[in-house]
Ligand binder design. Structure first.
Ligand code: SF4
Ligand code: SF4
Ligand SMILES: [Zn+2]
Length: 276
């Protein structure tokens, strides 16, 4: 199995996964979405709210604000030594106190842990008019997207099979397929059709080129053929900023490895029992 990055920064990665089954590619995608823990606000204590929004709507909005997460500093409440009561090892506390007239922004959330700030400072929470007030205390805990979407560390996580394009000798370079391609993948070079350098991953496999070729009167078989490589996938992963994309990928792979080890261990126990 191999991963080759086309681009990688903290928030966005495009890469090709080769030599993997569809089941593995999907397990990887699902693990990145649902099994990588991040911080999100879970408990909100509202001391004063004279804004136009109900307490429940405010709590919902606060829960959806992405928070920077240092996974080496936090553990889940279930595994924490405090037994889930809430301590600095499993809980990040925030206070917010704003009086109108002005818009309450995510930057108004003051964290106890300076590393666990909101990812973006400019997320509007509620607009206060003159005399309106909002005083809140919030607690964020670590959990995964499997429990609730607010704990998903990703905005986009998808893959498609790597496209493969072949052109047979029957091609007469009429260029109908070039004109038809909506993504500018194809070009005429000399008397041949070629894929524009670096454009192959952008092919959506819509097969409009095949249709155009058939429409040129070439016969029953198009000269150009679009196929999907069975064990090669193009991934796009975008983080919400709580973790870097690399951390998300590493954690997801670690989760898959742990699950496989656990399964192997259980199978070992079963076969051990059978031998007795
Ligand atoms: S399948 Fe669609 S996107 Fe790909 S080369 Fe053909 S027309 Fe272009
Ligand atoms: S439409 Fe068919 S024959 Fe014409 S250039 Fe494309 S592949 Fe070749
Ligand atoms: Zn704790």
């Amino acid at each position: 199995m191999e991963i080759e990055f086309a681009s990688l920064d903290d928030s966005l990665a495009r890469f090709t996964l080769s030599g993997a089954s569809t089941a593995f590619a999907n397990a990887f995608r699902r693990a990145m979405i649902g099994e990588v823990p991040t911080l999100a606000i879970e408990d909100v204590r509202i001391y004063d709210n004279t804004s136009a929004l109900f307490d429940e709507m405010l709590a919902h909005r606060l829960g959806l604000i992405p928070l920077k997460t240092d996974l080496s500093s936090y553990t889940t409440q279930e595994t924490c030594s405090c037994g889930g009561a809430g301590c600095p090892g499993c809980t990040s506390t925030y206070t917010l106190s704003v009086e109108g007239p002005r818009t309450v922004m995510s930057s108004d959330l003051i964290p106890q842990d300076p590393k666990a700030t909101p990812v973006h400072a400019n997320i509007p929470i509620v607009k206060l008019t003159k005399g309106q007030k909002l005083v809140v205390e919030a607690r964020a805990v670590l959990n995964t997207g499997r429990a609730h979407a607010k704990w998903q560390p990703i905005l986009i996580c998808g893959y498609k099979n790597h496209p493969a394009i072949s052109v047979s000798d029957a091609c007469d370079a009429c260029s109908l397929c070039v004109d038809e391609c909506p993504r500018g993948i194809l070009a005429v070079k000399g008397k041949k059709i070629q894929v524009v350098e670096g454009k192959l991953p952008d092919c959506s496999m819509c097969r409009l080129c095949e249709r155009a070729c058939l429409g040129s009167g070439i016969g029953d078989e198009p000269a150009i053929r679009i196929a999907a490589e069975k064990d090669r996938y193009i991934f796009t992963v975008e983080s919400d900023g709580s973790l870097t994309v690399k951390e998300i990928m590493n954690r997801a792979l670690q989760y898959i490895r742990e699950q496989a080890d656990e399964l192997e261990h259980q199978l070992g126990e079963i076969s051990g029992d059978e031998k007795k």
